[in-house]
Write a protein that binds this ligand. Sequence first.
Ligand SMILES: CC(C)(CO)[C@@H](O)C(=O)[O-]
Length: 468
Amino acid sequence: MLLHILGAGSVGSLIAANLRASNALHDIRLIVRTPLQVKELAAIKPSPSWSQADVPGRASTTAQVDEAAEDEPAEATIIVEQSGVTSDYAGLQIEYAGPSSESAARATQSSGSLGPAWTAQLNALRRTIRHTRDDWISSLIVTTKAQYTAEAIYPLRSRLSAYSTIVFLQNGMGILDEINTSLFPDPEDRPSYIVGTLTHGIWRKPSQGRAYRHIVWAAQGELQFGVLPSNPVREVMQVKVNNPALDPTIETAVVPDHLTVTEPDADSLEKTVKALLECQALQPRLNRLATSQMLQLQKLAVNCVINSLTAIFDVRNGRLPDSEQFDGLASDICDELSSVLAADFATRGDVAVEFQTMQEYDRARFPPLHRLAGPTLLANVQLIALQTRKNVSSTLADIRNVSETTEIDYMNGYIAKLGRRHGIPTPVNDMMVRLVKTQLDLRRVATARRQAKAARQASSRRSSSDSV
Ligand SMILES: CC(C)(CO)[C@@H](O)C(=O)[O-]
């Protein structure tokens, strides 16, 4: 089957490598949005004539398209490193879905990341990349950061239908509401969704000019997911009675057979689920939707604590418990989160039945041993911090890369927003958001100053060599 993966960061690369390892017959296509990502992923050697011109800022006189490269499909190779041992996963297709290569090259040229020769090379890539831009997308696995999801799916919108399946594998909450409102307002036209939680610890090694992606799989976790079939897919499901995929009040486990349909064109949900379940090394598990929702909220607590604190203090996950302050801070974040979720569940009609029927749930807080009670969330956070101790959290990675934004608005920011809606103060989570944003601002200013200084030094070196 043809599986599209949107976002070729560490999570996208991990999924692509595992899909490739599990089934050599899959066509796996990485959709990337920047020419730099194409450059990093495509195992295409620039022709020797390009290397000269590939100096940022130097006009290209020799940038011609290598005729041989035109017929050669652009393919990506991903290297996965586990305990120091590396494995290659090749033959992955690349689709460039960003702005035109010319304008992107122009835009990035000033930062020195692409030279004019890359414009030519990207044009060659665009011709050789195996895709037609208007082909229907049956299965789209979204691994872009929460804050970029809507804008990343937007250009693909016309290629998605109610018979497509979108798999969301991201940190943070609030993404589905945003996508439904902005891209799929009509429920009849909405694709099937698979909502997943990934607890593997992974990070990306800087490419250092290599033409391939290298990720480090630092900690083994799980891939747990639940399904939300689209309305038209529900209509054609073979099992109509006692189907837990159709009725969340049925408490039996969901199995792929529950997703079998009578129309062959509507089978993308079943096929996508099977493809994910084949990725044994990811420890995949298909859950009831209620279980999936629960896991997502537990993961939200993990992210609210680990991602914010590692980003603020610039440390790997495992360093956090070194401070005596960690448990107290983590507990304050989890307690606030738990109270906000309890208030939210009291007002929502669409939450998992498990919560609606919970006897002891007094609508202000969860009972002491409940999975969403503050102390239980804290215990889980402490465990994950140790299990992923070598990991650079995704938010810290954003800070270190001086990204435009971080996922913090979909983590602690999501809790703060929900708290405001229910009149529950969230001072600790508010502060985490502000501190992470401050950290990013400071990095951005420091980087800009460093670049300006380097540019000044380069120009004074040039003028002194001109005057010799
Ligand atoms: C589990 C986790 C915190 C591990 O680093 C991960 O979700 C991350 O990096 O965001």
